[in-house]
Design a protein around this ligand. Structure first.
Ligand code: FES
Length: 254
């Protein structure tokens, strides 16, 4: 991708400086991905490939790390990413009402972006600020003690360009959601077939979530024949896996 190549060239010295700070190059994974996201507004596939190459890791290692954190967005997002905590302390202090207020005010739901590309909204797990509920992050900066009046003020300031946190870079227009479709990942070999049709395979085992039980049942009852392993963990050649994924996406019409 020509645009990315120029960015990569420009950020390369900074990446090398980050790598040199650590005993193990792989320790620079998170700071490097942050750096790319800061400039691209999201963590692109090209950024993950470049990170894997620089750190001599497989793309699977980079992507599994990136997908673990709500700090990274694997698809383009809005100028302001609003992440509201739905953890226990926030929930017993009114997070349900705060989330409902955000959804109504913005007219969008969890993992969605407004049509003007200004706001992306997400409900996230504990943000480790349980002593200041209810709380959220805006472009990864913390805000506490949320009330409907504070939210009104915040949204107005963002719309008017007067919010204290800078808007995110936006190198690509966001779609209506930045959720990653699980079944597409199965089709392109990025998820094992046990996850097919399971509503939230990444949440398997979570409180009250049946996904883990459904997948375990499939293993136990041998409903799915695991004749070969997916390339989730096995890939050694970083270029090869991205070529496979890109081919898959082209065939899927993306
Ligand atoms: S529960 Fe919201 S910060 Fe911990």
């Amino acid at each position: 991708m020509p645009g990315f190549d120029a960015l990569y060239e420009r950020l390369r010295p900074e990446c090398e400086r980050l790598i040199a700070q650590y005993e193990q190059p792989r320790s620079a994974l998170l700071p490097i991905v942050h750096l790319f996201q800061q400039h691209e507004g999201y963590t692109s596939r090209e950024a993950m490939r470049a990170t894997a190459e620089m750190l001599r890791l497989t793309p699977a290692v980079v992507e599994s790390t990136v997908s673990f954190y709500t700090l990274f967005f694997r698809k383009p997002v809005g100028r302001y990413v609003l992440q509201v905590c739905r953890g226990l302390s926030c929930t017993i202090n009114g997070a349900e009402e705060i989330m409902a207020y955000f959804r109504e005010k913005l007219g969008i739901g969890h993992l969605q972006t407004t049509a003007d590309g200004l706001f992306s909204y997400e409900e996230v797990e504990c943000l480790a600020a349980c002593d200041r509920p209810t709380c959220m992050q805006v472009n990864l900066e913390f805000f506490y003690d949320l009330t409907p009046a504070a939210i009104d003020e915040m949204i107005e300031a963002m719309r008017g360009g007067a919010f204290p946190v800078a808007p995110m870079a936006q190198t690509r227009a966001p779609e209506s959601t930045w959720a990653i479709a699980q079944d597409d990942q199965v089709a392109t070999g990025r998820k094992s077939p046990g996850a097919t049709g399971v509503a939230r395979p990444n949440n398997a085992g979570g409180l009250g979530d049946a996904s883990g039980v459904i997948m375990l049942d499939r293993f136990v009852n041998k409903e799915i024949a695991f004749s070969e392993r997916s390339n989730e963990r096995l890939v050694r050649d970083s270029r090869a896996v991205y070529d496979v994924l890109e081919d898959g996406e082209q065939h899927a019409g993306h």
